[in-house]
Write a protein that binds this ligand. Structure first.
Ligand code: ZN
Length: 294
């Protein structure tokens, strides 16, 4: 099944559901994640895609968990057209299972969760709040309530097998619209108490519409649209040249002394090699830039 996200409206409630198994596995393989990191990153990337589905064309957002746990920072960028990228600072942090489950909360630790929205018009807007459980879904739900005054319910799940492959990943995002009836909310609350983990739904082969169907069983669901999702980074050799230039003259000279440089994109682990000639050319650019400043 291709990764995808579906949108629907049910009795004055907006609901998005996503199946993200392939893109989570791609991120896990790119960053050589151990299972806890795969779960933390997979949940964060899926959560970012679900939040980004609310944005308009060409807008994007960044979700960042800056906790003090062994995983370090967990970061995901997602756009409204269904692309996502992300990384875990310590992808190989190895944590024992907690009550038979991946210890994502302990891995993330205490700190801040923040969401930055890039709307293209004004300066990006960032909101943040304290991480409560570090389990990602609860923290994003609380973030939306505390920082954006938006009540919502978010579920996220990732299953990882013994070969470190992500075998099922997905999530849902539920948001009552202003005209929702109390009875619809009560029924939703009852449904949410009974539902199984979203990763189990994906493992059983449900697509995003199927997840929505299970969340709102027996209700009149108005399915809207479905969009494809994929892992995609915006990095390029050109962008990494800028990173090298920002290092300044002394560091560039020392790279040149080494004869070559290999720069790795933090978001996708793609490696870019710079030859002696390329480094020498960058050093010239750097010298010209500093001349201009003087
Ligand atoms: Zn990249």
């Amino acid at each position: 099944m291709k990764d995808h996200l579906s949108k629907a409206i049910v009795d004055g409630i907006r609901v998005y559901a996503a199946v993200t198994t392939n893109l989570v596995d791609e991120a896990a393989q790119r960053h050589q994640c151990y299972p806890t990191a795969t779960a933390a990153l997979g949940r964060t990337m899926t959560g970012a895609l679900l939040l980004a589905a609310n944005l308009k064309n060409k807008e994007c957002l960044t979700v960042k968990f800056a906790g003090d746990g062994p995983l370090g920072r967990v970061v995901a960028d997602a756009s409204s057209d269904g692309f996502v990228r992300g990384y875990v600072e310590q992808a190989q942090a190895d944590l024992p299972l907690h009550e038979g489950k991946l210890a994502v909360g302990a891995g993330v630790g205490q700190g801040l969760v923040s969401v930055t929205r890039f709307t293209g018009l004004k300066e990006p807007i960032t909101g943040s709040c304290e991480i409560v459980t570090g389990e990602i879904a609860e923290d994003l739900t609380r973030y939306l309530y505390v920082s954006e005054q938006t009540p919502s319910s978010i579920g996220l799940g990732v299953l990882v097998d013994k070969e470190l492959k992500a075998t099922a990943a997905g999530g849902f995002f539920i948001q009552p619209l202003p005209d929702v009836a109390d009875s619809a909310l009560d029924q939703l609350e009852e449904n949410l108490k009974r539902i199984r983990p979203v990763s189990a739904m994906v493992k059983d082969g449900l697509d995003a519409n199927g997840i929505i169907g299970e969340l709102f069983a027996g209700r009149d669901i108005n399915y809207l649209e479905t969009v494809d999702l994929a892992f995609k980074c915006q990095c390029s050799k050109r962008r990494l040249e800028e990173v090298l230039l920002s290092l300044g003259e002394a560091d560039l000279r020392s790279l040149l002394d080494d004869g070559q440089a290999e720069v790795t994109c933090q978001f996708c682990s793609e490696k870019y090699c710079f030859s002696r000639e390329e480094l020498a050319a960058l050093l010239q650019v750097s010298l010209k830039l500093s001349e201009k400043k003087e």
